[in-house]
Design a protein around this ligand. Structure first.
Ligand SMILES: Cc1cc2nc3c(=O)[nH]c(=O)nc-3n(C[C@H](O)[C@H](O)[C@H](O)COP(=O)(O)OP(=O)(O)OC[C@H]3O[C@@H](n4cnc5c(N)ncnc54)[C@H](O)[C@@H]3O)c2cc1C
Length: 420
């Protein structure tokens, strides 16, 4: 069996590594001229890290990422709404990592080329179309610089792991149009700064219309640490398509962001100073797409953001792509026919990820601060007077359960709430 993967993002590379381990031939085609360390911070949850640990990547992840220890939710005045341990500190067998997205991608890429050789990833080639019949699938790639036809590849299966603007998805759903946007813009950046607390802690502050996210993405060095931040602001209401094509690499003006950053307080941390010290700021419209009825069409399927782009809340984008990769690799290794495997993969993963897309639209676990703001817009003395602990636990732990990373404690708390 030979599998062609379009897209060397976190999803496509993880799938290739897992297929190689199962003795399945795989080739990855990536439109960028090389696999570069692009992006800023990303969080990867324990259920996905378990998969990466199983393929031997834990030591490499530990070299470049931070084992997230605790997560705080604040209102915009810096008053604590919720706190919880994360990763191994929450009782998971493996950590959650706060990590630079490009370094996470590099860890997986390096793992793949070390095991399967450099030639397995072919860069500068953009999937433009494909054809399939009973004997196999033929994928067409263009030179990503000139746009001219570059190569045609045949295989048994084509996996489109080509992100939110997936060519594969568009060919099956030509009338779908651009991603949907509810008017929230995200500005993101990272800079070397004084560590916050123990250097392994994450914070999300704000409320319904605006949020500030803060977490470290590298180990401290000489009293400084690479700190990632995000400002999310609701700019427009009722819009359904964003003003520009979604790109994770669009630069933004610092002067535009500072006034918004000043709306928040993170206790004991000069987050405005961090934003001011950030050299490159990126702007991204918080966009997703409606869950699809079908990902698999014969020998071709979708994976990761191509299949289920979701709002980047709740740390699930990369995590769900990794879980897709595991499910698809297992299905391909077990099935007698590739089409059977692709169908089984869809039946397993489509409903689970559709649920996460829907939950993220409602705010994901961060809904706990939205709810606190709704009830106490001017702040509070005691959060327990605003929302009970059980209510807060139900929002945060309920999300973890549905996204597949609940601890036993979350499950017990959910049962208690369900039973009054
Ligand atoms: C440049 C970039 C920066 C990002 N930065 C962040 C970040 O800082 N924080 C965050 O939370 N999330 C970020 N994301 C999104 C995050 O990586 C994904 O949500 C998640 O990892 C799921 O990954 P994926 O592999 O499905 O898709 P992606 O990570 O989007 O990867 C898709 C890959 O496919 C390639 N590709 C696209 N079209 C074609 C084509 N026609 N032919 C061949 N290759 C193609 C792309 O170049 C890309 O390498 C970023 C994504 C990208 C592409």
């Amino acid at each position: 069996m030979k599998v062609i993967v379009a897209g060397a993002g976190i999803g496509g590379l993880t799938l290739a590594l897992m297929l190689h381990r199962r003795g399945i031939e795989v080739e990855v085609y990536e439109q960028s001229p090389q696999v570069r360390e692009v992006g800023v911070g990303i969080n990867t949850l324990p259920h996905a890290i378990r998969e990466l640990a199983e393929i031997g990547l834990l030591p490499a992840l530990d070299n470049v990422g931070v084992r997230t220890r605790e997560l705080f939710y604040y209102n915009r005045y810096g008053q604590e709404v919720w706190r919880e341990p994360r990763g191994t500190d929450a009782g998971h067998p493996v950590p959650q990592f706060s990590i630079h997205r490009g370094r996470l991608q590099k860890v997986i890429h390096d793992g793949l080329v070390q095991r399967a050789g450099e030639a397995v990833v072919k860069t500068g080639l953009q999937l433009t179309g494909f054809m399939q019949d009973e004997g196999g699938v033929t994928a067409h790639f263009a030179d990503a610089v000139t746009g001219g036809a570059a190569t045609t590849v045949t295989g048994d299966v084509l996996v489109c792991a080509d992100g939110i603007h997936s060519v594969g998805r568009r060919s099956f759903y030509p009338n779908e149009g651009p991603p949907s946007w509810t008017g929230v813009l995200m500005w993101r950046g990272a800079a070397m700064w004084t560590p916050w607390g123990d250097g392994r802690t994450m914070a999300i502050g704000g409320g319904m219309g605006a949020k500030f996210v803060l977490y470290p993405i590298a180990h401290p060095e000489g009293g400084r640490q690479l700190m990632n931040w995000v400002v999310n602001i609701k700019m427009a209401d009722g819009a359904n398509s964003s003003p520009q094509k979604e790109s994770w690499s669009r630069p933004a003006q610092r002067s535009l962001v500072i006034p918004y950053a000043k709306r928040f307080r993170i206790p004991g941390f000069d987050h405005v100073g961090l934003v001011e010290a950030t050299e490159q700021i990126f702007e991204y419209p918080m966009a997703d797409r409606d869950p699809l009825p079908q990902w698999t069409f014969g020998r071709v399927t979708l994976l990761g953001d191509a299949a289920h782009p979701m709002y980047p809340v709740g740390s699930n984008g990369a995590s769900q792509a990794i879980l897709d990769a595991r499910a698809l690799a297992d299905a391909l290794a077990a099935a007698e026919h590739p089409c059977q495997a692709l169908y089984a993969y869809q039946q397993d993963r489509l409903p689970k990820t559709a649920e996460v897309v829907r939950l993220n639209r409602k705010g994901g676990p961060e809904r706990v601060i939205d709810e606190a703001e709704k009830r106490a817009p001017a702040g509070f003395e005691r959060i327990d007077d605003v929302m009970s602990r059980a209510e807060r636990q139900a929002i945060v732990g309920g999300y973890a359960g549905k996204a597949g990373f609940a601890t036993d404690k979350d499950k017990v708390a959910e049962l208690r709430v369900a039973n009054g």
